[in-house]
Write a new protein. Structure first.
Length: 142
């Protein structure tokens, strides 16, 4: 593995750590969001599934799109999109805006994973198993 590949793998692992750190931030915030926006229990219930749908369940779609178009864009800007939108949920003035911010943040989370994993595998070269293990472990820690 060249020095450039090591730097690439380290950056992808760091991105995975940050990206997945944002993916679990919603759960401890649910009671606070309920109080701040005067949400019903049903409204609070739907926040986590909508977040999961936009991030996890849509990953095959994001993978398909990113295979066709600018692959690096998804790996670089996925965490940035996530950070901007998920960090903005505290500013949501209404339930509708909150849902839009969470789903946009979920899109950033989901769009990062397919191409970043593929890029981590390529950067690891002959040590793909180790590279993907590091990539996966950093996401789990995040």
């Amino acid at each position: 593995m060249t020095k450039k590949d090591k730097v690439t793998l380290a950056a992808l692992c760091a991105g995975h750590f940050v990206n997945d750190g944002y993916s679990s931030i919603i759960f401890p915030l649910l009671p606070l969001l309920k109080d701040a926006l005067h949400l019903t229990t049903a409204q609070v219930f739907w926040l986590a599934p909508l977040y999961a749908i936009s991030s996890s369940l849509m990953q095959p779609v994001y993978g398909f799109v990113s295979d066709r178009y600018a692959r690096r864009f998804f790996a670089v800007f996925g965490p940035a999109i996530t950070a901007v939108f998920v960090s903005s949920i505290g500013l949501a003035p209404s339930y509708a805006v909150l849902v839009l911010l969470l789903m946009a943040g979920g899109i950033g989370i989901g769009s990062f994973h397919p191409q970043a994993a593929a890029m981590a595998s390529l950067a690891a070269g002959q040590r793909r198993r180790v590279g993907l293990s590091l990539f996966s472990a950093m996401g789990t820690i995040g």
